[in-house]
Design a protein around this ligand. Sequence first.
Ligand code: GDP
Length: 440
Amino acid sequence: MFENLSERLERSFKILKGEGKITEINVAETLKDVRRALLDADVNYKVAKSFTDSVKQKAMGMNVLTAVKPSQLMVKIVHDELAELMGGKAVELTLENRPAIVLMSGLQGSGKTTFSGKLANMLKNKQHKNPLLVACDVYRPAAIQQLHVVGESVGVPVYSEPDNKNVVEIANNAIREAKAKNYNVVIIDTAGRLAVDEEMMNEIATLKEAVNPDETLFVVDAMTGQDAVNTAKEFNDRLDFDGVVLTKLDGDTRGGAALSIRTVVTKPIKFVGTGEKMEAIDVFHPDRMADRILGMGDIVSLVERAQEQFDEKQAKELEKKIRKNKFDFNDFMSQIQQIKKMGNIKDLAAMIPGVGKAIKDVDIDDNAFKGVEAIIQSMTPKERANPDIINQSRRQRIAKGSGSKIEDVNRLLKQFEQTRKVMKMMTGGNSSKMMQMANA
Ligand code: GDP
């Protein structure tokens, strides 16, 4: 699922690769691409527009002085917006009444019967409920039979009255039976039509009124894209349902319905169906889905960690020092500490797409900085603050003290000097570049 969208979004972010900072221009370009990707994923155009507007606003308002690259920051902003677009937090079923009543609604073929079985199975196994399935699709004898087959496969009893066409009566009888036999959840499967029609809407609305369900769920085939969203709107206008079940997400590589439905009907997606088997049901978690869409969940956590650890005040101080060419080994050391705080270096590096595989067999570990740290620690405070005084004899002393070779000390000093030069160049009068450079 979402493969196309994932690929497209990844390409959009590439526009920002190599950019030093987020500007009006490069954001606009990226977002144009993001919007196109969303439209191609069959996302409603109004939803796509408000999505990119909101991402733009966040990106422009974001302090540039952060320990991450603009392209990574953009991934994070888009990720959070995607999660928000899909509802933010997961919303569970409220099943408090005894018995709790769940009413299914949706078009024929959307997957109501299958989902009824999946839900019963999940409630039984994961929440130790004692569910009863009820067949209220009275128009097609095959439908009643299908529910019996599904019920049998998950070991949940099915209530049906094959000769009765009055769905309200059947539902009420089932609820009475549930009370008598201590079933605590009643799942009512209903009839759908191939398209929205008045008769079907009336029937389901009447049924809803009669049984007063704890949860009315609208089941819809994700593969129908924009149609799914339109149908959701029609059902919601009439039924004011509580949640959406998106089925056949396994077959939907575009994902437009998942992304648009919440905005259009302002009701949460509660479950997704990802296959024909009874186990193929997932509680819908917007943030996890956003991870999946971007296929870059790792970058998102990298940015989060960096944002948690990064000290803006310290960075500003540092920048001042660099501009005055006062960057010294104390600062260098604290930079190393900051990077180390962000976690295992190999883990961090592996989070960058494309890098993970490349460094699989390379030996980078948290000890990577050990040699450097030892050398700096062997410097006197005076030397750390004034690296320029470190002459040949001091170098020899430092090498000895840190247990390293004189070449290592020389190399570090040379690197330090180069870094200092580049830093100075990059900050020359212009603010907020320091960390981008450090990350370049
Ligand atoms: P109903 O008419 O709304 O009750 O729909 P059904 O439950 O009979 O489902 C219609 C078809 O979709 C059946 O062939 C199901 O096996 C299939 N189906 C239902 N949910 C899913 C799903 O999540 N993934 C896939 N691939 N197929 C599904």
